[in-house]
Design a protein around this ligand. Structure first.
Ligand code: SF4
Length: 301
């Protein structure tokens, strides 16, 4: 398969076979609930940062902010010819309630530190030509900031049911590529000042922000608090912020970017040679947008 670009979503899909079918255009033009909730959460966080955290005022109503974000997502999906599934329509009020609660906690827990930082942009386009004759890496970084010491911070907002382990994060190709892009890639900052692609050439702090972990505990739980003390939390208690704010340490070695480059080149060679191993998942296949195109071996019609 000839590829002009590799996108971050090609590197982290749970099923490589899905990547093959998507690249061939063989997916239903539909948005599943998980996808929709993630899009609305991302758009809500963008509005929260641009208008409020760096604009100085707390939203009057978080549910209004999320409803506005949902309207923007709906318009984008409609422009792309993608339909919301009946399951998305049925869960709309849950999506707004959950994301509004996460926005409120985001404000309470993170606004005090992040309001002192400078926003370089949300949904920032980034590109990395990591090797000659290989397809360029292309993506959008959810949130790019400078902290109070001038350090670069990359935040990726995630709405996933399962909280990632550190072992998973340390191998996550999307985060690794964003890290390498900060040294060698180009960015189109939407900070209101930049109009051209720029290189940053500096080491970033890399943060996976697990948004559902901003919501309170749903049941009694015993775990470490933010001071490392074993504590019993009750239903409704706030979770420790370390459960949401997950920073990845990349070793600070000159070889780290070369290791990421080598892993990305390997993925590119696999895609070029049509190697997309089938790796079905009993739950994932049920809700997969490519399911009706994907070969199956049973005899049930
Ligand atoms: S139906 Fe299953 S095996 Fe096929 S692309 Fe989707 S997740 Fe992968």
């Amino acid at each position: 398969m000839r590829l002009k670009e590799i996108h971050s979503s090609d590197l982290t899909a749970s099923c490589p076979k899905f990547v093959e079918l998507r690249l061939k255009g063989m997916t239903r033009p539909a948005a599943t609930t998980a996808l929709y909730r993630g899009l609305v959460a991302g758009e809500s966080m963008r509005l929260l940062h641009e208008r409020h955290i760096h604009g100085g005022t707390e939203p009057a109503l978080y549910s209004m902010l999320v409803s506005e974000a949902a309207a923007i997502v709906d318009a984008t999906l409609a422009a792309e010819g993608r339909l919301k599934t009946p399951a998305v329509e049925a869960s709309m009020s849950d999506v707004v309630t959950d994301v509004a609660s996460a926005c409120e906690k985001y404000w309470m827990k993170l606004q005090p530190r992040m309001s002192k930082w400078t926003l370089l942009g949300c949904e920032v386009p980034v590109r990395w030509k990591y090797a000659p004759r290989y397809p360029e890496f292309a993506s959008h970084i959810d949130c790019l900031l400078r902290d109070e010491n001038g350090g670069l911070v990359v935040i990726d907002w995630k709405w996933k049911a399962e909280s990632p382990t550190y072992q998973y994060l340390a191998r996550n190709m999307q985060m690794a590529c964003y890290y390498a892009c900060c040294f060698e890639g180009r960015f189109l900052l939407n900070d209101g000042l930049s109009t051209e692609w720029v290189s940053l050439c500096e080491e970033p702090r890399m943060v996976w922000l697990q948004l559902p972990a901003l919501l309170p505990f749903g049941r009694k739980t015993r775990c470490e608090d933010d001071k490392g003390m074993e504590v019993e939390f009750s239903r409704g208690d706030d979770r420790p912020i370390r459960m949401a704010w997950k920073e990845i340490e990349y070793g600070h070695l000159p070889s780290t970017v070369d290791d990421i480059r080598a892993a990305l080149m390997q993925r590119a060679r696999m895609f070029k040679n049509d190697i997309f191993p089938q790796n079905p998942d009993p739950v994932g296949c049920t809700i997969c947008e490519a399911e009706s195109f994907c070969k199956r071996f049973d005899t049930i019609v």
